[in-house]
Structure formats: C-alpha cells, structure tokens
Design a protein around this ligand. Sequence first.
Ligand code: FAD
Ligand code: UQ1
Length: 416
Amino acid sequence: NSKYKVVIVGGGSGGCAVAAKLSPLGKQCAAIEPSDLHYYQPVWTLVGGGLRGFQSSVRPTREVLPSSIDWIQDKAVKFDPGKNNLELGSGDKVEYDFLVVAMGIQLDFDKVDGLVDALENDPAVASNYSPKWVNKTFPAMQKFPGGNAIFTYPNTPIKCAGAAQKIMYLTEEFLRTAGVRENSNVIFNTAKNVIFGVKKYADALQQVIQSRNIQVNYKHNLVSVYHKKKTAIFANMARDNALVPFEYNFLHVTPPMSSPDVLKKSPLVNEGGWVDLNKHTLQHTKFSNVFGLGDCTSLPTSKTAAAVAAQCGILHQNLTATMQGKKVTPLYDGYASCPLITSRNKCILAEFDYNLQPLETLPINQGVERRLTYGMKAHIMPGLYWQVMMKGRWNGPATFRKVLHLGMSRSPKLEA
Ligand code: FAD
Ligand code: UQ1
C-alpha cells in the first residue's frame, strides 16, 4: 500500500495534461493508467479516412507521462472517497490527499446485438472510435461496391459528437472520386433529432448534407447487426421503437457509450454515472479534495480534447488553491470545440460554450467550410497536443481568441 499527496486516475488526454502540470511534485504524485500506449484519438477520423497512418496516433505512455512522477500501471477498481483511498486491480490500496479523476468514457459495443461479431467478422463493418476497429474503416471504403453506406449515432452521450458524421463526409467524397457515388446511398441514421447541438453549425452542416445528397434519418437508434444478412436494425424512436431494417454494404458504427463501470458503482458519481463536479470550478460537489476533467465527468459540455485543454489549467489552478487552503474560483465557461471535417481539405471549426453559443478563436466566420481550419485540424493540432498540451502548457485557445479579436470577443458569464 502506498500514499501520495495527489493521485491522478487515467493517463489519457486529461490525466497526462494534469500530470505534466503537477510534475514538480515529483514522487508525491502518482498517475494510475493500465495501458502501455497513449492515443491521440482525434487523428482517428483521418486514419479512418485513409489520410494518416494509425501509428501517428500512438506513443508509449511512459514517454507521455512526466518521468518525475510515479506511474502505477494498473486499473483503479474501487473508490472509497470517504476514506481518501482507492483499490487497484492488484488488490493494493492507494491513499491520497487529493484525487484527480480522468478516466474517459467507456465504449459499449456489446450493447448492440451482433455488433462485436460483425466487427470481428465482416470487413464492411468498422468504427473509428476504437483503436481495435479504426483500421478497418478505410479498407471497407475502398472495397465498397455501391449500395448503402450507413453511418450511425447512438442514443447515449458520446465523445466528439462530430466524429460520427465527419467520416461520412470523407466517405462520400471518396466514393465520388472512386466513381461509385452514383450507385450508392450515403445514409446517416442518428438517435438524435438534430445534426449538431449548436444551431450555427447545424445550419452549415444541413447545407453540406443537402448539396451532397446525403440522407439523414433522425430518431433512428442502432439495436442489432446481422452481418451474415448484411442487415442493420434500427429502432425508430419516433414510432414506439418500431424496428426498421437497413441493408448495408458499408456500416460505420459510433457505439453507445457510458461512464466507466468502476465509476458507475462508486460514490463519486451523479445519477447518470458521471463524476459529479461543480461545472465552473471542476471541484467535486461532495468531496472537496476530489477534482475531475474530461469525458467521465458531469460537465454539461461536449466531450472533446479541446474541452479537456480548457479544463486542465482551471483544474490545476483550483486544485493548487485547495491544497493551499484557499478558495476555488469559478472559471470554466464550458468551452469545447469540434473540427467538423467535411472533406479531405475542408472543415467547419465549431467552438462554443455551455450556452451552446459560438465562441470562435479566429476573427473570421468559422461556420463556413474552410481550408484554413482543415489545415489547423490536420497539421497544427497534433503538434499542439503532443508538444504543448502533453507538456502541461496548453490551456485552450482563450488567450488567442482575445488577442485575435483585439480584446473584443465575448466573455461568457458564469451563472450557476
Ligand atoms: P481519454 O483520453 O480517453 O483517457 C482516459 C484514460 O483513462 C485512458 O487512458 C484509459 O486507459 C484510462 N482508464 C480507464 N479506466 C481506468 C481505470 N479503471 N483505472 C485507471 N485508468 C483508467 N476531441 C477533440 O477535441 N477534437 C477532435 O477532433 C476529436 N476527434 C475525435 C475523434 C474520435 C474518433 C474520437 C474517438 C475522439 C475524438 N476526440 C476529439 C475526443 C477526445 O479524444 C477525447 O474527448 C479526449 O481524449 C478525452 O480525454 P480524457 O482524458 O477524458 O479521456
Ligand atoms: C484544441 O485545443 C484541441 O486540443 C489540443 C483540439 O484537440 C485536438 C482541437 O481539436 C481543437 C480545435 C482545439 C482548439 C484550438 C484552437 C487553436 C482553435
């Protein structure tokens, strides 16, 4: 059994960004992360689209976590925040003074009947959301014979909500260049009733969808896949979940997701299973020595690495204040961003806050398809992530926004 001043659970985007900021604590800080490999998941959209190799998304965890702190290569399996400790897969207990929870979101492929079987056995079924299946996407696109190319969006919160449709735009473009677009239907079956949560970008995406002859079926939730019959079954939520079969020749699945099971059964979460935080301070609502960030939290914003970037500096500031016996400051406005790639060289760069109001960094309209924002997504973000965010020096673009707007950009009010 061991004891640390600060324990971070999860060594993904949020855990590593915070670990880098806490690296001066040295061995008083530990990060618990089971995986040898750290993934830069945003590049998986490009991997699926055949525009990047998978290897560009992977680095050894050892090289991403700061070497000054302890890396405990294990899983957290039980939390006891009343006693300031947690249990590891090995059975050992770890005690802490302060806890940072950054465990990400769980992919629930098994909640869709027949889906795992289809992913394992049908080359036409793929998912950019998992390192296990993202490498199937581009080959499936290349082998697409015509017919139905179907893209799904589940009936749960998910990370990077845009990614479910970005791959559809890349596929549609690919099919046109490959000469098979005329005898194919490109179909987006989404459990939601809107294409995107922020109206400005939803309007822009609707134009893209119309001009490219994409079919969207709202309130359609994937419930099973019979790959031997090349059929995907959707529940029509607007018609008492009546089952609607679709034949597919390419099926890209965005799986249902939920909070990690270990968290769901812990005292740290709200009814939804998410780590229950004050949405402006990132401090836990019940345990004042616990903080959290990223996809596993209750923060009512879009689950993205861009949001994690904006959160990590605020978490660090408020954690440090708490460690010094000072008060926390409400600072987080819900900033999140989603680079909505619409082709292999164009992007709509959505940026917004808790009120779903646009909060754009560039002094130009980001709600139109642009090469510039594609360039940022494909060529600037990866370096920004590995070289700056993972070193603890990126807190999101708020400062740039203020400078680029000559101090005249909106500063969201932080209402409780
Ligand atoms: P993660 O980075 O997922 O890390 C969670 C970590 O917790 C993992 O390393 C995991 O191993 C660990 N863990 C889990 N359970 C335990 C346990 N019991 N004990 C210890 N450790 C545990 N974001 C953007 O900003 N822009 C984009 O363009 C974008 N595109 C995306 C495209 C795709 C296809 C995907 C999948 C994601 C995309 N994202 C994008 C989202 C972004 O990757 C996530 O929002 C971000 O990684 C969240 O960080 P996190 O630290 O919360 O979770
Ligand atoms: C961002 O900060 C970030 O984290 C590194 C991303 O993740 C890959 C993003 O996709 C985006 C768009 C941002 C926001 C940054 C700028 C400069 C707009």
